[in-house]
Ligand binder design. Structure first.
Ligand SMILES: N[C@@H](CCC(=O)N[C@@H](CS)C(=O)NCC(=O)O)C(=O)O
Length: 261
């Protein structure tokens, strides 16, 4: 392991900017004009585990016959730093995809954080969220669980497993352990019921499937499904495959991202 002496005050090493593009400051870095299409909903995203959630949600709404959920979707190339442009930062000051603008309300509405976006769409169209207090609360439990922990832990695992410039055993062990604990929790929950929040398919399934569902199906971080021994979670695997086969999910994965330039 690399020798590291803790300084009294942490300072940013700009070599890291070459790895992730991230810096310890928020705010826009350059002027940018994002395109706005004719559809009421404008999605700015990318085909990452967090990014796909919105297109999957919108295609599921269309499959349910919802009218008015038309959208244009634009590619925010996070590897090229598009998320730090002024227009994107106006929509999402946190500079992360996905982001949504609803132009069907006056004035138009900016929505960021995937959990907030899915909840907004579920409430707007009264779909994919139960209306009874028990079902709704259990759905929210699993939505918040995903955005608060699942993405961050799974993403931390992916970072140290696949992207970090050196393999650090301590970091990989820590994140692999917590990722597996979360996969075990999903498996144990799905042993008792067909969907995360109960008997019906909800935004809790969409948001969790987009991340851990795709991970266990082998779609993220080459070699990680075997490394995490995902076959040892049979209920989670069955749920992941079942949701993967939904027409709305497949349409969401195949949805077109338009160029912003
Ligand atoms: N909690 C956020 C996480 C969003 C997120 O981390 N998005 C990643 C891509 S999956 C991103 O935009 N990364 C760009 C960056 O960190 O600069 C959500 O659920 O929307």
């Amino acid at each position: 392991m690399t020798e590291y002496q803790l300084p009294k005050v942490w300072e940013w090493d700009d070599e890291n900017d070459n790895i992730s593009g991230n810096r310890p400051t928020a705010g826009s870095r350059f002027e940018q004009t994002l395109p706005v299409g004719d559809a009421p909903l404008q999605v700015y995203s990318l085909g990452t585990p967090n990014g796909i959630k919105v297109a999957v949600m919108l295609e599921e709404l269309k499959e349910l016959g919802v009218e008015g959920a038309d959208y244009d979707m634009y590619r925010i190339a996070i590897g090229d730093g598009d998320q730090f442009g002024s227009d994107f930062v106006d929509i999402n000051p946190n500079s992360k995809i996905p982001a949504l603008v609803d132009h069907s309300v006056e004035p138009s509405l900016n929505i960021f954080e995937s959990g907030s976006i899915l909840l907004y769409l579920a409430e707007k169209y009264q779909q994919l969220i139960p209306t009874d207090i028990h079902g709704r609360t259990e759905t929210m439990n699993w939505v918040f669980w995903q955005v608060a922990g699942g993405g961050f832990v799974g993403g931390g695992f992916g970072h140290f497993f696949a992207y970090a410039p050196e393999k650090i055993k301590y970091a990989i062990d820590r994140y692999a352990m917590e990722t597996k604990r979360q996969l075990d929790l999903l498996d144990k929950t799905l042993a008792k019921r067909p969907y995360l929040a109960g008997d019906t398919y909800t935004i809790a399934d969409i948001i969790n499937w987009s991340w851990y569902g795709r991970l266990v199906l082998g779609n993220l971080y080459e070699g990680s499904a075997k490394f995490l021994d995902v076959e040892s979670y049979p209920h989670l695997m069955e749920w992941a495959k079942r949701i993967n086969d939904r027409p709305g999910v497949q349409k969401g994965l195949a949805a077109e991202y338009k160029d912003i330039k």
